[in-house]
Design a protein around this ligand. Structure first.
Ligand SMILES: Cc1cc2nc3c(=O)[nH]c(=O)nc-3n(C[C@H](O)[C@H](O)[C@H](O)COP(=O)(O)O)c2cc1C
Length: 325
């Protein structure tokens, strides 16, 4: 069935795009935990897609289990955005999202990412949305921030994005200048929702079903990013809250987590091959054991794993300790 932001059931739970983290393996893993999650790729360069960069064409691959899946692209040239959107559509994605939120210096210095929300670049941003919306049938969405250094212009910009053809607006409740500091402010996002017809999703600092309850307000859904690190099971709690209104907190023991962690590692190996998959799994393994008694001494084993057998051996070493505990 064709995906539509507007027609699908709300509130929507979305895995926030995180470069270096939300690769196909992580997305498949999150989906196996909470099948209703809408997935978004890491941001991919429109230029790199346009010029058929080997690495990007590898990163853009996804598994059929990932639907609905949105491909997020960043760039600054209209033609590249349009051609990249066509590639995204041909690959079978359910939507294409424009990154207008990345605050990384090297990205904004070249007028990519969040630089598009600067008042002098907003005209270009609208042209990009309009041109992409005309070029593809899949919905074009925008993920952005409150504004460059304050939220004063958000509502006007949001209205213009909507009239340019944007089908869903996702807003991280911080400004570009704030990067990741302070707390996400949802108030300006609620105000935008009051005035727009298209779905408006909020994002920032959702780490539990209770956070989702506190932050959802009048919004059509939430994106969850860092809250899934070491705790992907939170997606189940949040979706359960959306479905039932009940606030639960899944408390899994380490023993209960191990089969899921192994599953994540297996997906990494399936998607990236054993050498790269296990190497890249190290950072997640550290997240899974964070806060666990003895995590510090385990670190040195975890950062050395090279094969799937190593992963199983290190996790296996935990079991006697867990059974005693
Ligand atoms: C490591 C990292 C990488 C990120 N990469 C992207 C990205 O590729 N595209 C994007 O729109 N946002 C990106 N973000 C921002 C997140 O999508 C999200 O807006 C932000 O982390 C706030 O949500 P959270 O508190 O749920 O993590 C990234 C954030 C982090 C921490």
């Amino acid at each position: 069935m064709k995906f539509s932001w507007n027609k699908s059931k709300k509130p929507k739970l979305v895995l926030a795009p995180m470069s270096g983290y939300t690769d196909s393996a992580y997305r498949q893993f999150i989906k196996s935990i909470e099948p209703k999650t809408v997935l978004v790729t890491e941001f991919l360069s429109a230029d790199a897609i346009y010029y058929k960069s080997k690495k990007t064409l590898e990163m853009i691959q996804f598994d059929k289990s990932e639907h609905p899946i949105i491909c997020q692209i960043f760039g600054k040239k209209i033609e590249q955005f349009v051609q990249a959107a066509k590639v995204v559509e041909d690959l079978g994605y359910d939507g294409v999202d424009i990154n207008m939120g990345c605050p990384a210096r090297k990205v904004i210095r070249s007028d990519h990412g969040s630089a598009l929300v600067k008042i002098e670049n907003q005209g270009k941003a609208l042209e990009i949305v309009e041109a992409m919306s005309k070029a593809v049938k899949i919905p074009v969405s925008v993920k952005t921030r409150l504004g460059w250094n304050n939220a004063g212009g958000l509502l006007d910009f949001a209205k213009l994005l909507e009239s340019a053809g944007c089908k869903c607006l996702m807003v991280h409740g911080r400004t570009t200048q704030e990067q990741y500091t302070g707390k996400a402010d949802y108030e300006p996002i609620y105000k935008v929702k009051e005035e727009l017809e298209i779905p408006v999703l909020g994002n920032g600092d959702v780490c539990s079903a209770q956070d989702a309850k506190d932050k959802l307000g009048n919004l059509d859904g939430l994106l969850v990013g860092r809250g899934t690190w070491g705790n992907p099971w939170v997606m189940k709690d949040i979706q359960n809250y959306f479905d039932t209104g009940e606030v639960l907190k899944t408390e899994l023991s380490m023993i209960e987590k191990i089969p899921d962690i192994q599953e994540h590692a297996k997906l990494m190996v399936k998607v990236k091959g054993e050498e790269r998959g296990v190497m890249e799994m190290r950072k997640y393994l550290l997240m899974y054991v964070k806060g666990f008694p003895g995590a510090k001494e385990m670190r040195k084993d975890l950062v050395m794993v090279k094969t799937m057998r190593d992963v199983e051996r290190v996790l296996g070493k935990l079991l006697p300790r867990l059974r005693r505990g």
